[in-house]
Unconditional design. Structure first.
Length: 296
């Protein structure tokens, strides 16, 4: 059980680290990724097709020229924005806002709002990995009525601006220069994540073989006493699967708590569960092989 907990926790830890790294990179790049580009307008894009088959990412437009007040359109499920409180934008959200810690808001019926041009926007989260981040004075509004097709727009989607439907011209200006690209973190972090996952999966596979080695003598005795191979295999694997399930729930819950507002439940579930699934499958495969090649 100790090995299962260890490698599941290691996988979840890598998942949390990747989420935090991504958020820090976005914060250092003023919320733009490395592929973000500036277009003179969105009239070069087929708007109807954009609604039907949107790419994954975000569209930004400045509202006052300061760079601190922007309207956002969320497309699909992009990587999380850096927030330390609340939740992320969803593609279906309207009249909502993410604001920095220093932005003035008003309280109404237990909810906080920020006003812009006479309209109230529900504050759903606070920008910045920490409260004292460089985004403390920033405001992001999500409302399609505020977006202008004719004005300049920052396109930050997977695959760059060319991923937009019926894109007819090239982007005019890249804006995705990030703070972490001026340091070694952008080169070291992927290596850390890759090596971490390699160690985690190797250890999980080795744990599965070790568990199978402990169970093999018992399985052999049960088989020689007349139990069918499939029954022997199930009696060996089901307790392991139940144990792995308990470990998964515990580790996943702790990972969600540690990730805070940056948490991504699906990604952390995959990170915590992958080593457990691998250990269980390897153990079951090793036991099945030993049973099916054995004579009574």
């Amino acid at each position: 059980m100790t090995l299962l907990v260890l490698f599941s926790a290691l996988g979840a830890g890598i998942g949390v680290y990747a989420d935090v790294r991504s958020a820090v990179a976005l914060e250092g790049g003023n919320l733009y990724s490395a592929t973000a580009v500036r277009l003179d307008s969105l009239d070069v894009v087929d708007q109807a097709e954009l609604d039907r088959t949107p790419p994954t990412g975000r569209l930004f437009q400045e509202l006052d020229g300061s760079g601190h007040l922007r309207v956002v359109r969320t497309l699909g499920r992009p990587e999380p924005l850096p927030i330390h409180e609340g939740r992320q934008f969803r593609a279906t959200d309207e009249r909502v806002a993410l604001v920095g810690h220093q932005v003035a808001t008003r309280l109404n019926n237990g909810r906080r709002y920020v006003d812009y041009e006479g309209q109230a926007f529900l504050v759903i989260g606070r920008l910045g990995v920490r409260a004292d981040s460089g985004l403390a004075h920033d405001v992001l509004l999500q409302d399609r009525d505020l977006a202008s097709v004719d004005g300049p727009v920052i396109v930050d989607v997977e695959g760059g601006a060319q991923a937009l439907p019926d894109m007819r011209v090239r982007a005019t200006e890249p804006v995705g220069g990030r703070t972490d690209q001026r340091t070694n973190i952008d080169y070291v972090s992927p290596i850390v994540i890759l090596c971490g996952w390699g160690l985690t999966l190797f250890g999980a596979g080795a744990s599965g073989l070790l568990i199978a080695g402990f169970r093999r003598p018992v399985a052999a005795v049960q088989y020689r006493l007349g139990s069918r191979r499939l029954r022997v295999l199930m009696l060996s694997v089901l307790p392991l699967a139940s144990l792995a399930g308990a470990v998964f729930v515990t580790v996943w819950g702790l990972a969600l708590a540690s990730a805070g507002a940056l948490r991504s439940a699906t990604e952390l579930a995959a990170a915590a569960g992958a080593p457990l699934v691998l250990s269980t499958v390897v153990s079951a495969g090793a036991l099945a092989t030993s049973l099916w090649v054995r004579d009574r």
